[in-house]
Write a new protein. Structure first.
Length: 474
């Protein structure tokens, strides 16, 4: 839509990384008009954020790309340590758990970041959206009714703007929101996507090489012919040229330079942890790396970013489409800022060897019990908890019932009547037995967390109204 030469949209998303694309998919399925702009000419080409944690797999499944993630990804390989060209033995750096009724994904999944973004872009296009590439934000101004953004292609007027433009966010700097943090490791690092001769190195393990110059790893990337190379530099600075990458591999491993048949992408960085002071300024929100920057060691950055989008998307949808009070949007920062702070601390401790990659890295235990949208408890769960999976009857799973942009009012082991109302945005479901829940009524938010819980419907209608749901109690 265009008015007086100014393009109009409901939500302008700046950046087509994992958080921007996930948010665009979520808004599209809610019928919210969103414009996604990306300064680069194409999607990010590297494997950088390759770990998909179990909670993020649940999110991606709900967004409609679960099958693609299963097809193109794979379980994280077991590590193999090397010394002087000899295998020293396996070293598994991850907690691995068998799937359960409540937690269908028990181990981290590997998929290069470029593939995750391709999958999300394909989904966005299925939903009728797209990305406008080669378009940079050059300025913005806010007023009580919206945001006017100056883009390299012309002005855009939006009700809200979401900055998903990375750790060097132009939007965040334009707003003057400070980002505080620390250097996680003084040693710079190199990361690259390389191809290795089939006879030179197997793809069954995540290969780990230690030495005086710093550690080096070669991890096979599922669904591709590539390895991700990560190298620490205790001295000097990384040279990202293909020739230098080949020489580095030869110097630190038993491989020869010619065994690296192709260097497909390379970059250097210094591990750091930083958190934006605020995730919101008026009608502008920060998401993903624009809000928090992690060490890659814990595999939390991409996952926390996608879950930012998942938290914000349904709230924007409720305000823009369902008449929820705009104050609902305040809960985005209130819920996500403490989560991001916790995940930053976790990533830093793992990088420094102070904590193992245990259950906390899977993000299944994250929740919002202390958040502003959490009310009550019932059975075994408290409002703010992640809503577990489980049998739903008729051959369905609860995640099948939850899947989609709606709320779910779930009655477990109780005959209490389920309220009418809510329209297409509310689905009611009754389950006789579900061990992870116990007995009670649970209002499950569109992002898979319990918003309200109780033994009966007392207070439910009033709570639902704050979210834009009109329930009718009989």
């Amino acid at each position: 839509m265009e008015l007086n030469g100014v393009k109009e949209t409901e939500v302008l998303i700046v950046g087509a990384g994992p958080s921007g694309l996930a948010l665009a998919c979520d808004l599209a399925r809610r019928g919210v008009r969103a414009l996604v702009v990306e300064q680069a000419a194409a999607l990010f080409p590297g494997s950088r954020g390759k770990g998909i944690q179990p909670r993020t797999r649940e999110v991606l499944d709900d967004l409609g790309v679960g099958d693609a993630v299963r097809t193109y990804g794979g379980a994280a390989p077991v590590g193999m340590t090397w010394r002087d060209g000899e295998r020293q033995g396996p070293y598994d750096m991850f907690r691995r758990a068998a799937p359960t009724d409540a937690e269908p994904y028990g181990e981290p999944w590997m998929m290069p970041q470029w593939r995750t973004q391709e999958i999300l872009l394909a989904r966005l296009r299925e939903l009728g959206g797209d990305v406008t590439f080669s378009t940079a934000l050059t300025g913005l101004a806010q007023d009580p009714d919206g945001v006017t953004a100056e883009l390299s292609t012309g002005p855009v007027r939006a009700s809200y703007l979401v900055a998903a433009d990375g750790g060097r966010s132009t939007v965040r700097r334009t707003l003057g929101i400070p980002m505080t943090g620390e250097s996680v490791d003084p040693a710079p690092m190199l990361v690259a996507d390389v191809r290795v001769a089939e006879t030179a190195l197997d793809r069954l393990n995540w290969h780990i090489f230690t030495g005086d110059a710093g550690y080096t790893t070669l991890c096979p990337l599922p669904g591709t012919a590539d390895f991700q190379l990560v190298a620490q530099f205790k001295d000097g600075e990384p040279d990202t040229s293909p020739k230098a990458v080949r020489e580095l591999v030869a110097a630190r491993t038993h491989l020869n330079p010619q065994d690296v048949t192709e260097v497909r992408w390379s970059s250097d960085f210094r591990p750091r942890a930083a958190l934006a002071e605020h995730f919101r300024a008026g009608r502008v929100f920060l998401a993903g790396d624009a809000a928090h920057v992690h060490s890659p060691a814990g595999g939390q950055g991409l996952n926390t970013s996608v879950q930012d989008a998942y938290n914000l998307g349904w709230k924007l949808g409720q305000v823009l489409r369902q008449g929820a009070p705009p104050a609902l949007l305040d809960s985005y920062e209130e819920e996500r800022h403490p989560v991001a702070a916790d995940m930053l601390g976790l990533s830093t401790r793992i990088h420094r060897g102070e904590q193992e990659r245990g259950a906390a890295t899977q993000q299944l235990g994250l929740g919002y019990r202390e958040g502003p949208l959490s009310r009550g408890r019932a059975g075994l769960l408290e409002a703010g908890d992640r809503a577990p999976d489980g049998p739903a009857g008729d051959g369905q799973r609860l995640f099948d019932v939850f899947r989609g942009p709606h709320f779910t009012l779930l009655a477990v082991g109780t005959d209490t009547g389920l309220p009418a109302g809510g329209g297409a945005l509310l689905r009611s479901h009754r389950a006789e037995v579900c061990e992870a829940y116990g007995k009670g009524l649970f209002l499950v938010r569109p992002d898979g967390y319990i918003g309200w819980a109780g033994d009966d419907t007392s207070g439910l209608a009033e709570y639902a109204a704050t979210l834009g749901l009109d329930l009718k109690l009989g």
